[in-house]
Ligand binder design. Structure first.
Ligand code: NCD
Length: 312
């Protein structure tokens, strides 16, 4: 499909790939998007490849999307979920993975609560490692599918204005999006209550806006994130009701913006908190397009990394 290669054999984070890597992934995803819209949605590209999906944290969309991408490429797939495995009996991450690799697995897609778990694995095993989310750190395939969806909707990202709204502190989607959008030449702002925006964020070249209406008036695209209550051991906001009042994106606030902006959300949506149903289900929303593109983008990532199997 392509003679070009990625600069890396793992996808540990957007921080570690180049803008050329991202563009190659998008170009490859274009072809796969065409494939998954055919009556026969499958290609034999990874027929000799075995992929293990290791999920140490809950997931719906990402897990289904990776599994579907792998199957559309004709890979052999094994699934592992920490809640129903020997991890509960005290096995270490490296032992679990080495056991799985003895079964001749070529690629590992992993979601893990510990930031850096993927780097650790990459140092110890030969398989290609793909980060499907590491704690509050990175979620590279989500950022790639988000950037791909923006590109598809409003064209080249260069100079485009994207605002990421919500719980920036606890969101791996936010950090990967910031890295990815900036690498592709977009301007990025974050918006949310001060307690949910990390102090270091400006050092990443990101602007901060605490006023939702001003942020929406500035942007071309608003990527709206969930409040990650499961990662908050103390209270960062008084209540979800109050959050929705000041930062919830709804029809009423969008009517005051005076232009049509693109609405995105990685899911799962807490309807009525960060986003109202009339906006989530409106023509401005590309949320389901993001899900569709997720499969094509993940096919591209798997295909291109498989091409670098065996490289050190
Ligand atoms: C996100 C995640 O798990 O990081 N969802 C996803 O992958 N589609 C965001 C979230 O959980 O809010």
């Amino acid at each position: 499909m392509s003679t070009k290669q990625l600069s890396t054999k793992h996808l540990l984070g957007i921080k570690y790939i180049t803008s050329d890597d991202a563009k190659l992934i998008f170009k490859t995803a274009d072809s796969f998007k065409e494939v998954i819209n055919r009556p026969i949605k499958k290609v034999p590209s990874l027929r000799d490849v075995t992929i293990a999906n290791l999920f140490y944290e809950n997931s719906t969309r990402t897990k289904l999307s990776f599994e579907l991408a792998e199957k559309r490429l004709s890979a052999d797939v094994i699934n592992f979920s920490a809640s129903s495995s020997s991890v509960k009996k005290g096995e270490t991450l490296l032992d679990t993975v080495n056991n799985i690799l003895s079964m001749k697995v070529d690629m590992v897609v992993m979601r893990h609560p510990a930031p850096g778990a993927h780097h650790f694995l990459a140092q110890h095993i030969d398989a290609n490692i793909i980060n499907a989310g590491d704690g509050t750190h990175e979620h590279p395939t989500q950022a790639l599918l988000d950037a791909y969806s923006i590109r598809e909707t409003i064209g080249d990202l260069h100079g485009k204005k994207i605002v990421i709204i919500g719980d920036i502190t606890h969101s791996r989607v936010a950090l990967s999006n910031i890295f990815c959008l900036q690498k592709l030449g977009a301007r990025v702002k974050v918006c949310g209550p001060p307690t949910l925006i990390p102090k270091y964020i400006k050092s990443l070249g990101v602007e901060v806006e605490y006023n939702l209406l001003k942020a929406l008036k500035w942007c071309d695209v608003a990527n709206i994130l969930r409040i990650q209550l499961e990662r908050q051991d103390i209270k960062f906001i008084p209540s979800l009701r109050e959050y929705a009042l000041y930062y919830g994106v709804n029809k009423k606030v969008l009517d005051q913006v005076g232009k049509d902006i693109v609405i995105m959300h990685p899911g799962p949506i807490n309807r009525g908190v960060e986003l109202s149903s009339d906006v989530a289900d409106s023509d401005q929303s590309i949320i389901l397009q993001q899900v569709e593109n997720g499969v094509a983008v993940r096919m591209a990532v798997l295909y291109l990394l498989a091409d670098r199997r065996g490289d050190r």
